[in-house]
Design a protein around this ligand. Sequence first.
Ligand SMILES: [Zn+2]
Length: 552
Amino acid sequence: MKNLSARRTLTGVVLLLGLCSLETQAQQKAPTFTRQDTLRGTITPERAWWDLTYYHLDIRVNPADSSIHGKNTIRYKVQEPYQIMQIDLQPPMRMERVMQNGKQLNVRQEGNAYFVQLVDAQQKGAQNEVEVYYGGKPQVSENPPWSGGITWKRDERGKPFIASSNQGDGASLWWPCKDHMYDEPDSMLISVAVPKELTNVSNGRLRGIDNNPNGTRTFHWAVTNPINNYGVNINIGDYVQFGEKYQGEKGVLDCDYWVIRDNLEKAKEQFKEVPRTLQAFEHWFGPYPFYEDSYKLVEAPYLGMEHQSSVTYGNGYQNGYRGRDLSGTGWGLKFDFIIIHESAHEWFANNITYKDVADMWVHEGFTAYSESLFLDYHYGTQAGNEYTIGKRASIKNDRPLIGHYNVNHAGSGDMYNKGANMLHTLRQIVNDDEKFRGILRGLNRDFYHQTVTTQQIENYLSKHTGRDLSRFFDQYLRDIRIPELEYRVEKKKLTYRWANAVEGFDMPVKVYLNGVETWLEPTTNWKEIKKIKAGTKLTIDPNFYVQDGKGA
Ligand SMILES: [Zn+2]
């Protein structure tokens, strides 16, 4: 879950581009980026040489002074010998010392990046580790989950209710890590000490609880699958737990629900949504990708986020998006938006993860479309169609869906609803729902637990649809214009072409000629059909996200 409208670095750009919404990307003025953006968003030489294999994040969270202290043990495999390692940690958190093989290492700080000078030789293929000690009062989130940081709240009984959320801004807001999405540890242990009357819920499975002499308890959560860094989370509160076993495609899936004590009864009712969510998404996308780590819904003091195997929930135990239907069709009130949307991210975000946030449409486009697929599964194709078409009203076409690479820059917030409408249009082109479903399942199988680029996804879709979709993706991902089908009926001749489109745009489109289904293969050059009835009326299938250029 991530709405980008509040992203501080983009505000000026959005205003600027709003004035010239018909320009193509090439004509738009590029935003400016800093060296810090490059250090954050690039696979720098100080990152590239080591492959992350394991994290043990071991921290104490102190609600009394809103601080976090502890260490992260980082294990890695040497790909190429190199002696400088980049670790990220954002002020006001401070790195206190870095150790390797019992030696304290010299560290040079440059803003959010720390460059650690390793002493011992780094031999190719070796498995090494560093321990990073750190602490401080992390940034407080002003508007979770859209602005990153820690949320320090209290529940209605006055007990601390605390959570992290940091997509986009970065996990290094609160713990030291390789804060770039291309590399994930193969597994992770998250150990969090909190005052003994509270519980911490993180990702994966609860391996044990230690009672400490200082009046705290440490919760150890083990994740046995690769995990992206923004997915790692802490949720601390007066939690109670219930659960169920879901009979899924890969066997029994443990589903555990952690909610604030007073919300138990409401949660038992509302979370009946989970089995039917899993049923719909296993149908469309294939097996839930983290059976080993279980599925969890965890109540959070903000709307929600796709934390891996620890989906956070704050939708107020009601259907819709905070009780509203984002599509304006009524279908959005048939389900709890946060449960459906954030759970779908287990496939598109946590299973298949972008390497660069510029390709964030891969997470949000497929996930926004999953809402329609959920409706399709439970209420029929027409329901899903209406929902997706209904969400067009909120598309701005302000900037392309793809952002700038290597500077931690995401594309337009249209990646949600325009992304969904692009995929819905693609589904019409495929014109075979079983084939389309096979492709969605194939993506999750062939890119299982991987980080990807948009190009990999685009190539996969071209290959498996059997059609070169490069112009299609250029149009919808890299341009802001919505293609317009221009056509004229003159006497007994129909002429048609794509206008307002990228060069060579060649998408087929389903139309009705006097109500009779007909496929056209327009290009940006005029084509014609002869010998139609005079006065034939053409209507475009409304499932295609295009403009009707009648009378052009
Ligand atoms: Zn999302």
